[in-house]
Design a protein around this ligand. Structure first.
Ligand code: FAD
Length: 413
């Protein structure tokens, strides 16, 4: 359908309001303009800063190699109104109004893109020297801490903990990572896959203490559950994140068991004219037959295109766009480039490619004979080819898959 026909056929969606000016919110506003929407777009964000990208915060920004990571988007020329430093406090769907710190904002369509917020360590709040790493302000507070080359304790050996420890070691700090589980990334990866990653900590000079819980944090020390004390000039808490949706309580918008907005396959919420996208929302994956809550950058990039298409298409009776991605993310840790595509929870078989004690290897997950997920360490070509094979659901030959000298794309059955 031509842009003109879309315009003519559209029922009046004159005002789209997007809450949350992170990746998902900004991309929604941009995608609306790219797809030809000509009404008002208002982007409302709680943070005072020009909208910025988060992945560099635990990498270049932390080490002072980059000043910031503001998105390269010219909001003015796209005619996107941005209201920064303005927190949304609630939604009244019956009135089509959003309540903000600076007053009510009417909408025809509302997009929720409020992301996630870090889980706090009980009892550690307010203790001097305790940090989180989610925002630009957090990264700016941590930068001088690294520069002082202090003793640092990181709580949690997840993605953020590993990336922060990498940066802190590079800056010359003594780093101890305390993890309650028996291995790093216990919530994300099976034991066999996380096992080689344990050695990465030691190789970088980071002390990793697994099966260890924090009893309490005191100024200058972390007290562990076995009674031992770790000296800590700074403590960085990286124990996960949860959807930033507390402000939606009482709105009638359905929230799931993790506090996330429950969206449908078109990224619509349970309430008419309200969509949700990015870290704050889960969606039903037709591909994997499960509801997915994805806290990664690519989801905040891709989801908004579906939201924009449905806002425009909904008005012109075009068939709805369905969001059914192959999830993707990457992490840079301990000198390695780690990439993951798919969703391995549904797999019934695992196949290794390459020597897992070496610098480059891949693990593939199959369900029956189809590739459903892969994790590639230092093998970006495997990732790129594997992602396409997952999408195409082509039957694979497990023996060929196990041969790291053979391109993954040639390992089909
Ligand atoms: P967010 O980026 O959280 O943005 C949401 C915005 O909404 C925030 O600015 C918030 O202040 C605002 N907001 C919240 N509540 C309200 C309210 N009530 N009113 C108004 N505004 C509100 N992913 C990868 O795949 N690879 C990586 O290497 C990687 N590195 C990362 C490093 C760090 C340090 C962090 C924190 C995340 C990283 N991620 C990475 C994850 C990725 O950045 C997120 O998945 C992505 O930022 C999600 O975008 P979002 O817009 O949904 O949410």
């Amino acid at each position: 359908m031509s842009e003109q026909t879309r315009e003519e056929g559209r029922s009046p969606v004159r005002r789209v309001v997007v809450v949350g000016a992170g990746m998902a919110g900004v991309q929604t506003a941009v995608a609306l303009r790219e797809q030809g929407y000509r009404g008002t777009v208002t982007l409302i964000g709680a943070e005072p800063h020009q909208p910025y990208d988060r992945p560099p915060l635990s990498k270049a920004v932390l080490l002072g190699k980059a000043e910031g990571s503001a998105f390269d988007v010219d909001f003015e020329s796209l005619d996107i109104e941005i209201r920064l430093g303005s927190e949304a406090l609630g939604v009244r769907p019956a009135d089509h109004e959003l309540d903000t710190e600076t007053g009510p904002v009417p909408y025809d369509v509302l997009v929720l893109a409020t992301g996630a917020e870090p889980i706090r360590l009980p009892g550690a709040e307010g203790v001097p020297g305790v940090h989180l790493l989610r925002t630009l302000d957090d990264a700016e507070r941590l930068r001088p801490v690294l520069a002082r080359q202090h003793d640092i304790v990181v709580v949690g050996a997840g993605w953020i903990g590993a990336e922060f420890a990498t940066a802190a070691r590079e800056a010359g700090c003594a780093v101890t990572v305390v993890e309650a589980a028996d291995r790093p990334l216990a919530g994300a990866l099976p034991a066999e896959v996380a096992a080689p990653m344990t050695a990465w900590y030691a190789d970088s000079g980071t002390e990793l203490r697994t099966h260890t819980r924090v009893e309490r944090v005191e100024p200058g020390a972390v007290v562990l559950d076995d009674g031992s004390r770790l000296p800590a000039d700074a403590v960085v808490v990286g124990i996960g994140a949860r959807p930033a949706t507390a402000w939606l309580a009482g709105s009638g918008i359905e929230l799931g068991t993790h506090g996330e907005v429950v969206a449908d396959a078109q990224l619509r919420t349970s309430v008419p004219d309200v969509y949700a996208v990015g870290d704050c929302a889960s969606f039903p994956s037709g591909r994997y037959g499960e509801r997915l809550l994805v806290h990664h950058w690519d989801n905040a990039l891709q989801g908004p295109r579906t939201v924009a298409a449905n806002i425009l298409g909904g008005a012109t009776c075009e068939p709805p766009a369905v969001y059914d991605p192959v999830p993707y993310f990457w992490s840079e840790q301990f000198g390695r480039f780690v990439q993951y595509a798919g969703h391995h929870a549904v797999a019934d078989r695992m196949v290794w490619r390459g020597d897992r004690s070496g610098p480059a290897w891949t693990v593939c997950w199959l369900r029956e004979d189809r590739l459903v997920a892969l994790l590639a360490v230092g093998r970006p070509r495997d990732l790129a080819q594997g992602r396409r094979l997952i999408e195409a659901a082509r039957p694979m030959n497990p023996e060929a898959l196990a041969d790291p000298s053979r391109p993954l794309k040639d390992a089909t059955a």
